[in-house]
Design a protein around this ligand. Structure first.
Ligand SMILES: Nc1ncnc2c1ncn2[C@@H]1O[C@H](COP(=O)(O)OP(=O)(O)OP(=O)(O)O)[C@@H](O)[C@H]1O
Length: 309
């Protein structure tokens, strides 16, 4: 379990991360999504104990980052952005080097390195010099160094950055496999990445948390779209029991449509909305639940702050 409360990090006068809180349960795959500069890498560096927060707390597996940094780091695998792998080393040599750095006992080293090469599909490349590998395979080496000490938590900064479509497919497959044994936090600015791999998304914007939701919840309907060509419809809809907000939305040019958000489920609200419109004698031209894609939600969040993807 990862528990982050009021996490803040400033660089001079810039608040790169601004009062962020979240909890991540074991086994979750969470996508940290945001534009360049949103604060994703800064959060990840703090979660891995490589960067001091300016404020707030991080608790991982019941331990506090401030007092138990080393013990926490032993449970975390980290793939930094543009993972620095040594080009002159062979794949197997690089992993053995990491094994030594992590204090893996010599008698366990061979088995662990072999297992890691198998899991990351690197067996055939074991004796190849890293500098001669394709970018996709180099990225796998980065993942291999992150997972070989069998961490319970994996933090991966832009794991598919710079990969071609086939390599991206391979990496996604690998990430899903890794999630069987570990909690995954994946930073990305690619929406499709989150949809393809994650079961939850945290959207960051200007250092703040703009959204935290499960992917399956996002695809469920959240608003009821009511097409009625009457300005007065807004106050009628607002007056209905259980309705929280009513706002105009543009769907078809020249048609008035209202997005209704209520406290009750859509299938309970829809008949009341229809009855109210019909009682007024107005033509009800449309009544449907709206399901917003992650792409639409992301663009709505950015529109609200005057930013576009
Ligand atoms: N060492 C630093 N010194 C000063 N400012 C920094 C430093 N590191 C990051 N920043 C700034 O903090 C903000 C957040 O940066 P961060 O790298 O966390 O964003 P990000 O969401 O990971 O972006 P990207 O997707 O481009 O990697 C940016 O405005 C960045 O310029």
């Amino acid at each position: 379990m990862i528990h982050v409360a009021h996490l803040t990090r400033s660089y001079g006068s810039l608040k790169a991360v601004d009062d962020i809180s979240f909890t991540i349960d074991s086994g979750e795959i969470v996508g940290l999504l945001g534009h360049n500069g949103a604060g994703k890498t800064t959060v990840m560096k703090m979660l891995t104990g490589f960067l001091e927060p300016t404020g707030g707390t991080i608790r991982i597996q019941q331990m506090d980052m401030e007092t138990d940094r080393r013990a926490i780091q032993a449970q975390i695998g980290y793939l930094p952005e543009n993972c620095p792998v040594y080009p002159e080393m062979t794949v197997v040599g690089y992993l053995a080097y990491h094994a030594v750095l992590h204090g893996v006992p010599t008698k366990k080293m061979g088995t662990l390195v072999q297992e890691t090469l198998e899991r990351t599909g690197l067996i055939d490349k074991a004796d190849q010099t890293i500098g001669t590998l394709s970018r996709g395979y180099r990225q796998r080496v980065g993942v291999a160094q992150a997972i070989f000490h069998q961490p319970r938590i994996l933090i991966l900064d832009e794991p598919t950055n710079g990969l071609d479509p086939t390599q991206i497919q391979h990496m996604r497959h690998l990430l899903r496999e890794l999630s069987v044994d570990a909690t995954l936090i994946i930073s990305t600015h690619i929406l499709q990445e989150v949809q393809a791999v994650c079961d939850r998304v945290i959207i960051m914007q200007h250092g703040r948390k703009a959204l935290d939701a499960r992917i399956e919840e996002l695809s469920k309907a959240q608003r009821l779209l009511v097409t009625v060509d009457r300005m007065e419809a807004e106050s009628v809809l607002t007056g209905l029991e259980g309705v929280r907000t009513v706002e105009p939305v543009v769907r078809e040019p020249g048609r008035l449509c209202w997005a209704v958000v209520g406290d009750r489920p859509m299938d309970e609200m829809a008949p009341a909305v229809a009855a109210a419109i019909v009682a007024k004698g107005w033509p009800l031209l449309g009544l449907e639940p709206e399901s917003r894609s992650l792409e639409k939600i992301f663009s709505d969040i950015n529109m609200r702050s005057g930013e576009e993807q």
